[in-house]
Design a protein around this ligand. Sequence first.
Ligand SMILES: [Zn+2]
Length: 235
Amino acid sequence: MGRHKRQKPRRSRGGNDPSATEWFGTAFHSTEGMYHLDVRRSGNGILITSSPAEVDGLPAVRPLRLRNDDNGQGLDELGTALATGRPHGISVEKGPAFETALVFIPRYPEEGVGTLARVRTTEGPDADVVFERRAELPMQLWAEAGENVCRIVPLLGPDAPPADKPEDCRLCPGCYRPVYDSTTSHTLLGAGAVPVVGLCRLCAEGTTLRSLHQADVPIGPQQLAVLETVAAALV
Ligand SMILES: [Zn+2]
């Protein structure tokens, strides 16, 4: 994998500030484009959404909701593993001859990249290991996400409402970042000459396009068209 450039993530702290319970980061890759990772409180748990931004194909989003059933211990352990780049596994489902687990594999499939995956292991004569879902992202992005998991866990609170269904997210048409209703840096541009809705704030402000130019990162033609439309409207 080529070089990575990082955008400084926005973060804020504070008691009732809704942005205290969310974080997102973007990594710019010289050949692969943008990677997004979003961490937020979702009821009595944490929602981690990874979005490798495809350059030519369809954007893929992978929301992963982790319940807090043990006073934050399990989430803290995962967050610490991500933050320190250590392997970690959580058993999700166990049957007579199979086990499904959520695993973090640092420096896999190559140096500088880590994989968070749901893996199904079967025993017996058909023994097999299958990656049911996986997200491969720069280690640095996982590390920051892990720090923020640990930061947000104490803010979950014992009386947080259980949310069994993750919130729906849309993809920002400019950068394919996952945008939730609770995303505080979310903006809508609908009125006026620019028929573009659902842009995240970084795209609406022109920050994404500037970062892409600075880092010389590839971007899909549709996304570029959206960002250039916005840039023209900003002038
Ligand atoms: Zn965007």
